[in-house]
Design a protein around this ligand. Structure first.
Ligand code: SF4
Length: 505
């Protein structure tokens, strides 16, 4: 197996940096369906440009490369222990090269292992088959969309949809609810992997495995094929839109399987996947480990450019913000404004926010822009470089954000998916704004980052540290302003009303 290590490294690199053709086609179609000039359409422009940049530079499409999860089929008699060892080494090497973010955190001590290795990471599933070759599939599913996975135990009562019974109509309601509850927090437009039945644990596993089907396939079970088509059509009438900005594209795929269940249980398990749908697979020669075939792409076919025109066209109406920011400037902003930040910002996510509850900040946050981001960073020649740096899901900081704004004078919070009522009240009281970046656009944002000026709290690990970065032309949309307006609350309300209409269909 002399080529096994290089084949695995290539599989991880391609998965992290090069979106498969079926996902590209689905994102392209979703873009075409969006109304030009809307916020959702602007988000798509950045998403398309980001997909191109990731492939050109072999950089992670999104900074959150998830919990690497491998599914391996081997011929009878193949040495699975050897393959397992090679996967572990390839994951550590891909992390060292900046193709994966160090994402493995000890759940008891909170320590990041730094190389993506640790108890039960990476995740590996092995199975034997009768073929004489090895097949390895990989999925990189980040935390934002993983947090939007949901499991329904029917019968149950759903917001806006009423009772979901133990039948396919009940399943349909659960799936529409799954899309609605995700809003923009899982980086819509998303895709659903679904399992009807089984038990709680295996149901989730089977739901995730559905994400290995190509988005354009047709379910061989005609009943499920019909349900998939119905859910796609109805979910795209909800109006969630890209990033939850409101719009016509909410779902790019719905893949459903069914498994037998206990008489007492009826679970509908949903694996919610974001637009940055990273999965790949290879077949390997069982004796050399060389790649003989790619499962989701044809290397002989040229990769199509995704961006239309110049990518993200500026209109000249964008508002340039240069931190430190003033209260008067923030009060002048309103929901829908597009801003370009040029100057310095600080990153801070879960650990930083928890830290700031008990400790003063290590930097002056007065007038600062605080970016919810866990970047991929590499130290090269003693200097940190940004390899990928899109926004993370902001709602996780809801218990802390209002206090951080009030106590330390933060004027702009940047993230994705929006925040809740407590934060909105603090923005109004203090004169600050929430800026929504485009989730998953890690390469696009990395290119706006001119220099890493400093880092604090590095003991939390690379994604959780507080990075001090100089940016140029960092684009974001005001989605919560200092006048009590929240685009997220508006879209949630409007899509909830749409669900009620669909309930009556
Ligand atoms: S695109 Fe969004 S949901 Fe997907 S991995 Fe990246 S940050 Fe997470």
């Amino acid at each position: 197996m002399e080529f096994l290590a290089s084949s695995l490294l290539e599989l991880i690199t391609q998965t992290s940096t090069n979106l498969p053709p079926d996902v590209r086609a689905a994102v392209s179609l979703a873009t075409d369906n969006e109304t030009p000039g809307t916020q959702s359409s602007q988000a798509f422009n950045i998403i398309l440009a980001n997909i191109d940049m990731a492939q050109e530079d072999e950089g992670p499409i999104c900074q959150d490369t998830g919990m690497p999860t491998f599914y391996v089929h081997t011929p009878v008699g193949a040495n699975q222990i050897k393959i397992k060892g090679a996967i572990i080494e390839a994951v550590a090497e891909a992390t060292r090269l900046g193709k994966l973010r160090p994402n493995s955190v000890d759940s008891i001590t909170g320590k990041n292992s730094g190389n993506n290795l640790g108890d039960e990471t990476p995740v590996m599933h092995f199975e034997q088959w009768e073929k004489d070759e090895v097949e390895i599939k990989l999925i990189l599913k980040g935390g934002g969309c993983e947090n939007k996975n949901v499991q329904y135990s029917v019968p149950c009562t759903l917001d806006h949809l009423g009772r979901a019974d133990r039948n396919l109509e009940g399943v349909r309601k659960c799936l529409l609810h799954a899309v609605w509850q995700a809003q923009g927090q899982g980086c819509a437009p998303g895709a659903l992997g679904v399992c009807i039945g089984s038990d709680r644990a295996h149901g989730y596993e089977l739901a995730k495995q559905q994400l290995f089907r190509t988005l354009d396939d047709v379910n061989p079970n005609s009943v499920l094929a019909k349900l998939e088509a119905e859910v796609m059509e109805e979910a795209n009438r909800l109006g969630v839109g890209a990033m939850g900005f409101g719009g016509k594209s909410s779902l790019i795929g719905c893949k459903i399987t069914a498994a037998n269940r206990l008489p007492a249980s009826f679970f509908v398990s949903v694996a919610y996947e974001c637009w940055a749908f990273r999965r790949q697979g290879v077949r390997l020669d069982a004796s050399s480990g060389a790649i003989t075939k790619w499962l989701y792409r044809d290397p002989s076919r040229p990769i199509e450019r995704m961006a239309r025109g110049e990518g993200f066209p500026l209109t000249g109406r964008e508002i340039v913000l240069t931190p430190p920011l003033l209260e008067t400037q923030m009060r002048a902003l309103k929901v829908g404004d597009v801003v370009l930040i040029t100057g310095e910002l600080y990153t801070g996510r879960d650990n930083v926010h928890a830290y700031l509850m008990k400790n003063p900040p290590p930097v002056d946050l007065n007038g600062a822009a605080l970016y919810h981001c866990g970047p991929v960073m590499l130290k090269q020649d003693d200097k940190w470089t940004v390899k990928a740096a899109g926004p993370t899901t902001s709602i996780r900081e809801e218990p802390y954000q209002a206090d951080v704004i009030r106590k330390y004078g933060v004027r702009a919070v940047i993230g994705k998916g929006g925040m809740g009522a407590k934060t909105l009240a603090a923005l109004k009281e203090c004169g600050a704004v929430y800026l929504n970046g485009i989730g998953g656009a890690a390469q696009y944002y990395a290119r706006t980052m001119e220099e890493v000026l400093d880092v604090n709290l590095l003991e939390f690990g690379i994604p959780e540290a507080m990075w001090h970065i100089r940016v140029n032309g960092f684009a974001a949309i005001v989605t919560m302003d200092s006048h009590g307006n929240s685009l997220h609350a508006d879209v949630e309300r409007a899509t909830g009303e749409k669900l009620e209409e669909l309930q009556q269909v």
